[in-house]
Design a protein. Structure first.
Length: 234
């Protein structure tokens, strides 16, 4: 996921510099990319009810999300991509529950406001991801043979589609003139992620399909900030 995000950002930055040399009047051309970090609300209410009934630690519904992405601007239309990762865990009474989520999106958007180095735009994305739920318990015995006979960890995993809509703003810091702006940039994004895990996904433990899994996943609002760079000609 991180390697793909890096390659995507590099491509967007390359296209942004190429656009300066091939600027056509009447629209904006270029692109920005960078690294994102922020907070995302996830839907774990049903999962926490089951965990509590089994005397397992519950998970927080607000978690840190990090990743990155980039986009290119063609007139008022925006095209890009992004990828994100979430990892949250809780431990109590020698028992641990960990939830790992990763997803990537293809984005399309529209520029609603721009003035020199500032851009405000709506961005929607569609993609897919993977999610793993790990429950474990510290072993009572420490010898090797006992660990082979008694398993103390379960690793559940599934795949899911994901949809995202958000309002974004970027500002280029380094330089801004009458016809172009480029260099270091900062941005902010707020919106909603929807992942219909319970409707279309199948959970697996090893090679076996698991039923009666509560509906949970990365659906919820988010707020992220971005630090990166690029350039826009206008």
């Amino acid at each position: 996921m991180e390697k793909k995000s890096f390659l995507l950002i590099s491509l967007i930055l390359l296209l942004s510099f190429m656009s300066f040399a091939e600027l056509e009047r009447g629209g904006q051309y270029g692109g920005l990319g960078g690294a994102d970090i922020g907070a995302q609300w996830i839907d774990v209410e049903n999962l926490n009810k089951v965990l509590q009934s089994k005397n397992l630690p519950q998970l927080n519904d607000v978690v840190m999300v990090n990743g990155g992405g980039g986009y290119g601007v063609m007139g008022r239309f925006i095209i890009g991509g992004e990828g994100y990762a979430i990892s949250t865990r809780n431990k109590s009474n020698k028992k641990t529950v960990q939830l790992d989520i990763g997803y990537g999106l293809f984005d399309l958007g529209y520029l609603v406001f721009s003035r020199n180095a500032l851009r405000v735009y709506i961005l929607g994305g569609i993609g897919g991801g993977e999610m793993s739920l790990i429950t474990s318990q510290e072993p009572e015995l420490s010898d090797f043979n006992s660990q082979l006979e008694n398993y103390n960890e379960n690793h559940f995993n599934t795949e899911f589609p994901v949809f995202k809509i958000g309002l974004n703003g970027d500002y280029i810091l380094t330089f801004s003139g009458d016809s172009a702006a480029g260099g270091l940039a900062i941005g902010i994004s707020a919106g909603y992620v929807f992942a219909p895990v319970g409707y279309v996904s199948q959970w697996r433990l090893a090679e076996q399909t698991i039923g009666d899994v509560p509906d949970f996943g990365p659906s919820g609002p988010y707020v992220t900030i971005r630090i990166g760079g690029g350039g826009i000609a206008f």
